[in-house]
Design a protein around this ligand. Structure first.
Ligand code: ATP
Ligand code: MG
Length: 568
């Protein structure tokens, strides 16, 4: 028994050491030993000496010998297990380690947004969790809407998010396969070519009526199919699945599988004019791409019956399709239908406007990718609708950016303050209260600007502390304020005032994004611009730097004279 126990302890110690640069510790091991062998809980006193001994022995070994012993004697410990506790997503039904393939299938018809972040992060986390693969597949079979610019924007967005895919492909590159499948489904009688007009088709669907085309024979279907490639005009013929016109699921009432579109495709130009619709393309692509688990948003739920049915009649392998809730923020819609007009009408400055939930917008606003990932994972894999407040994302973001945000002074509606007995010429201030982010020097001559808000609270005789400098007593009030140093000892019970030396202030504009829609109405005051003055050091920071303006909030430097408010 003790030999076996020793073996277990040594294995755990070696493994723990391998994860911590060759050093392990008693307390890291104890809980793991008990976790592996719960029956030992009552014997904890006896096993602690064994653990201590193994910890000492293992720590004496070089990292190489530790690794070697681990690999030779404990191969079972090196098998990667699903780390679902770590990411907080539930295990996937039917998933096997090493055999999971997920996909992120955006249509290149717009800029990526927070919803795409959710989908792609979940896709990637599952691929990672199971040591599998993620495929980025551009679902580009509607040339009316797709543009080359969007393929690139989506890749840039994923790169920024840190979502790594193993393969990238376009559905449109598989058109020959899709045509082959279309022929198969027509040949087997599971689809037909319908030449009814749009209105008739909709009416029949509503009223559960079949049309004459449905009764057409194979010969008619194949002749019409061939004519779709040249003779028919767009809208004159579509391929429809022979579903069930009486189904309660309206999706199943002979849905469209392929249609004619004469628009130039961003990649294939005029090579194809018969294009699969979403359902036909996604079933075939998921199956041939080897996808094991496919995820999409809940509003597609009714289409899942069609997804499986198509794969059934085509006799193709079926991935597991699962749905999760759509993500968007309150008052910040992601729909292209809503965002595109805002950009076109100039109500926002572009798709990177910091008020928008696009990845570009969030980036400019100072939201970092790690925060988005944590936030998305915290929401989990649920179907219940999520309309989380933006503040939830902000609180993840704050924790991440706080340790690296430079603290700077900022002053709004500046008022002059003169300290008549100033005795300093220069001070040095730390850029961060805890972390070593360097220091900055500021020249002092007793002439300052302070914020109008602070100035308004001061009365003659009041004492206040000029942050990092000294305490002053107010001796004169008016359009200019005068004060006198009382002491430099820190006092906690007097107002703290930030300041900017009057000799060369840096003028900046701070853009403050507010909620974009209030009750579905565009908020005309969704972007506030405040003029402020800050320290010279601002000019030394890189564009993109996060700053915490003292007593104001976190902001991202957007340019030499503009910062964007991130959050409190
Ligand atoms: P649109 O109506 O704007 O075309 P879509 O859902 O079709 O929206 P795609 O670009 O085709 O957008 O989506 C790619 C993937 O991202 C899909 O799997 C989709 O389910 C997912 N996705 C899109 N929007 C959201 C969202 N708001 N929340 C979560 N996932 C989303
Ligand atoms: Mg779409």
């Amino acid at each position: 028994m003790d030999d076996e126990l020793k073996r277990v302890i040594r294995g755990i110690a070696l493994f723990n050491a391998s994860e911590h640069e060759g050093k392990t510790r008693n307390d890291s091991i104890i809980s793991k030993v008990i976790g592996t062998k719960p029956e030992l809980r009552s014997r904890i006193k006896d096993i602690i000496p064994l653990i201590s001994q193994e910890v000492i022995d293992v720590n004496k070994l070089s990292v190489e010998s530790q690794k070697e012993e681990l690999a030779n004697k404990y191969p079972e410990l090196l098998v990667v297990k699903p780390k679902h506790e770590r990411v907080g997503l539930p295990l996937l039904e039917g998933a096997e380690q090493g055999n999971v393939i997920t996909r992120f299938p955006p249509e290149p018809n717009g800029y990526p947004h927070i919803g795409h972040a959710k989908a792609s992060i979940i896709d990637e986390e599952y691929a990672k969790m199971y040591g599998g693969k993620l495929i980025l597949r551009f679902d580009d079979t509607n040339p009316e809407k797709e543009r080359l610019e969007y393929y690139a924007a989506i890749k840039v967005g994923l790169d920024w998010l840190g979502v790594k895919y193993d393969l990238v492909k376009n559905t449109s590159d598989d058109m020959e396969i899709i045509y082959k499948k279309a022929r198969e489904i027509l040949d087997s009688g599971h689809a037909y070519v319908c030449t009814c007009n749009k209105e008739t088709i909709s009416k029949n669907r509503r009223e559960m009526l079949s049309c004459k085309c449905r009764a057409g024979d194979l010969n008619q279907n194949i002749t019409r199919w061939n004519k779709m490639f040249d003779k028919f005009k767009p809208g004159e013929a579509i391929v429809r699945f022979r579903g069930d016109m009486n189904s309660d699921n309206t999706v199943m009432r002979d849905p469209t599988l392929l249609r004619i579109i004469d628009e130039l495709h961003p990649i294939h130009k005029d090579k194809y004019r018969v294009w699969p619709n979403y359902d036909f393309a996604v079933s075939i692509e998921d199956s041939i791409d080897g996808i094991t688990h496919a995820f999409r948003t809940k509003e597609y739920e009714l289409r899942t019956e069609l997804y499986y049915k198509l794969l059934d009649v085509l006799d193709m392998r079926k991935p597991k399709m699962m749905e999760f809730s759509r993500l968007e923020f309150e008052g910040m819609p992601v729909s292209k239908r809503v965002l595109k007009p805002l950009v076109e009408e100039g109500k926002v400055s572009g798709f990177d406007d910091p008020r928008l939930p696009t990845l570009e917008g969030l980036r400019r606003r100072g939201i970092v990718p790690e925060a988005i990932r944590k936030f998305v994972i915290s929401l989990g894999f649920t179907k219940s609708d999520t309309l989380p407040p933006f503040e939830t994302l902000e609180s993840f973001n704050r924790k991440i950016i706080d340790p690296t945000s430079v603290r700077l002074f900022i002053v709004f509606e500046p008022v002059k303050l003169t300290v008549i007995n100033n005795n300093l010429t220069e001070i040095e201030i730390s850029n961060h209260p805890q972390n070593d982010m360097g220091k900055r020097k500021i020249k002092i001559d007793g002439n300052f600007f302070i914020s109008g808000n602070d100035a308004n609270t001061l009365k003659i005789g009041d004492e206040a502390r000029l942050l990092e400098l000294y305490n002053i007593k107010i001796t004169k009030i008016g359009s200019e304020i005068q004060g006198e140093i009382t002491s430099s000892n820190y006092k906690s019970d007097i107002p703290k005032i930030q300041w900017i030396p009057r000799n060369n202030p840096v003028n900046i504009e701070v853009l403050i994004p507010n909620i974009l829609f209030i009750n579905d109405q565009f908020n005309e005051n969704s972007l506030e611009a405040r003029q402020g003055i800050t320290e010279q050091y601002y000019l030394e920071l890189n564009v993109g730097a996060e700053i915490q303006f003292m007593r104001f909030g976190y902001c991202r430097k957007d340019s030499a004279n503009q910062a964007i408010y991130t959050h409190k």
